[in-house]
Design a protein around this ligand. Structure first.
Ligand SMILES: NC(=O)c1ccc[n+]([C@@H]2O[C@H](COP(=O)([O-])OP(=O)(O)OC[C@H]3O[C@@H](n4cnc5c(N)ncnc54)[C@H](O)[C@@H]3O)[C@@H](O)[C@H]2O)c1
Length: 255
């Protein structure tokens, strides 16, 4: 098991789903974590379950001041920062015909601008400190164009591209940047997709959700399984993996 003893990480979207699981897994491996979420109460609840090596913070990743405040609160509490997991995200469901300019903007603001803002705020701190690692949570949707989520697909493709750009630019500062591309992970976001889709295909939402895991795995991916790969990418053992978008969808995406 990769250990991250005494390291400190900021996890955006840490109030639930993959972000909360990442907080738990990083803490299990010896790190301290700041869970930053639009839902600050949820982040505080997760942090309280983890214990003294976790804090929960309210944070809106679309707002640079809010992310800067989260970074400062993390350093104030734990004394250092070794990296971030840029996981906060949102999905808008609907056909491309129904997508309003506001829907499009919101998707880009949270998923793309939020990832960039987080990287910049954390990256500045890492550069001063001599290095670190950032993992962006993209999606297999950024590689595969699934129907009814055009803005989401485009936003996650942008996160993959941004990851490559930052990795190239920041390598000289000792900062490693990678992305993971999950799919079929058992979280509230996947349940939202099933709830939206079920009446449109005449299916029961629970049955549809139960079948949304990757075929080769035969079940949904557990958030902790994604978090384990994130932990590895944050570690020094991943130093020769740079600017990559690693599929964590149990074989659904072959490229
Ligand atoms: N569940 C999946 O199958 C799946 C697949 C591919 C990618 N992802 C990605 O994984 C990440 C986590 O998603 P999840 O499945 O755990 O969903 P989730 O909805 O459970 O978690 C997303 C979290 O992000 C937070 N958030 C939303 N907007 C925010 C903002 N502006 N600032 C701060 N926090 C904000 C939410 O409050 C929530 O806690 C997302 O980026 C998502 O796109 C999920």
């Amino acid at each position: 098991m990769v250990m991250l003893t005494d390291r400190v990480y900021l996890v955006t979207g840490g109030g639930g789903g993959i972000g909360a699981a990442t907080g738990r897994v990083l803490a299990d491996r010896g790190a301290s974590v700041a869970l930053a979420d639009l839902d600050g109460d949820a982040a505080e609840r997760v942090a309280a379950e983890i214990g003294p090596r976790a804090i929960g913070l309210h944070c809106d990743v679309t707002d640079a001041d809010s992310v800067r405040a989260a970074v400062e609160a993390t350093v104030a509490r734990f004394g250092r920062l070794d990296g971030a997991v840029s996981n906060a995200g949102t999905v808008h469901l609907g056909t491309a015909w129904d997508l309003t300019p506001e829907d499009w903007e919101r998707e880009m603001e949270v998923n793309v601008t939020g990832t960039f803002v987080t990287a910049r705020q954390v990256g500045e701190r890492l550069r001063e400190a001599g290095g670190g690692a950032i993992v962006n949570v993209a999606s297999n949707c950024g590689k595969v164009g699934y129907a009814n989520m055009a803005a989401y697909n485009a936003s996650k493709a942008a996160v993959i591209s941004l990851t490559r750009s930052l990795a190239m630019e920041w390598a000289k500062d000792g900062i490693n940047v990678n992305a993971v591309c999950p799919g079929g992970v058992d979280t509230p976001m996947l349940a939202k997709v099933a709830d939206w889709l079920a009446p449109r295909v005449g299916a029961d939402p629970d049955e549809l959700l139960a079948g949304m895991g990757p075929a080769q795995l035969g079940r949904k991916v557990r958030p902790e399984e994604v978090a384990a790969v994130i932990a590895f990418l944050l570690s020094d053992d991943a130093r020769i993996i740079r600017g990559q978008a690693i599929n964590v969808d149990a074989g659904d995406t072959p490229y």
